[in-house]
Design a protein around this ligand. Structure first.
Ligand code: SF4
Length: 144
C-alpha cells in the first residue's frame, strides 16, 4: 500500500484554473508518474496542496511550512505536479529541501502522462498568461 500526496503549482491552480483533473485521472489509471505503483497495490491519495507561491525572499521556508498539510499524515511520497516539473524554476531547490527535511518521504517529479513536450507546454501556458484580460482596474476606470 502506498500513501501519496500531490503538490500543485498555484500559478496553474489559482491563476489558470486547473482543478488537477489530469493528475487525479492518471493517479486512478496508474499512468504517467503513477505507473510506478503496481496495479494490485492499494494507492491512497491522502491530500493535495498548493505551493504557497513563488518564494521571493523566503527560499523553501514557505513551502516547508505549507507541506506539513501532507507530511503530518503518514505519506510515503509527494508528487510534484507536471506543471511544477515543466514550469517551476524552483523545483530542484524545493525537492532538495524536502528530501533533506523529510528523508523518509520520496519526492517524485511528475504526475500525469506527458502528451506534449515540456517546451510546447511552456509555450502554451505562456500564451495563456499573456492573453489580454480585463481586471479590477478596468472596472474602477470604467474601461470594461
Ligand atoms: S514556486 Fe513554482 S510551484 Fe510555486 S507558484 Fe511559483 S512556479 Fe508555481
Amino acid at each position: 500500500m502506498a500513501r501519496i500526496g500531490i503538490l500543485t503549482c498555484s500559478n496553474a491552480t489559482q491563476d489558470l484554473g486547473c482543478s488537477s483533473v489530469s493528475c487525479l485521472a492518471d493517479s486512478r489509471k496508474r499512468k504517467g508518474a503513477f505507473a510506478r505503483y503496481p496495479e494490485d497495490e492499494n494507492l491512497t491519495l491522502v491530500g493535495i496542496i498548493n505551493c504557497p507561491g513563488c518564494p521571493t525572499l523566503t527560499g523553501a521556508d514557505k513551502l516547508l511550512q505549507r507541506i506539513r498539510a501532507l507530511t503530518e499524515f503518514h505519506i510515503d511520497a509527494i508528487h510534484f505536479t507536471y506543471c511544477i516539473k515543466s514550469l517551476c524554476p524552483f523545483k530542484e531547490k524545493y525537492k532538495k529541501a524536502l528530501e533533506e527535511t523529510f528523508p523518509e518521504i520520496r519526492i517524485i517529479l511528475g504526475t500525469h502522462e506527458e502528451h506534449i513536450t515540456p517546451e510546447e507546454f511552456r509555450q502554451r501556458v505562456k500564451k495563456l498568461f499573456l492573453q489580454p484580460r480585463l481586471s479590477m482596474p478596468d472596472v474602477i476606470l470604467g474601461k470594461d
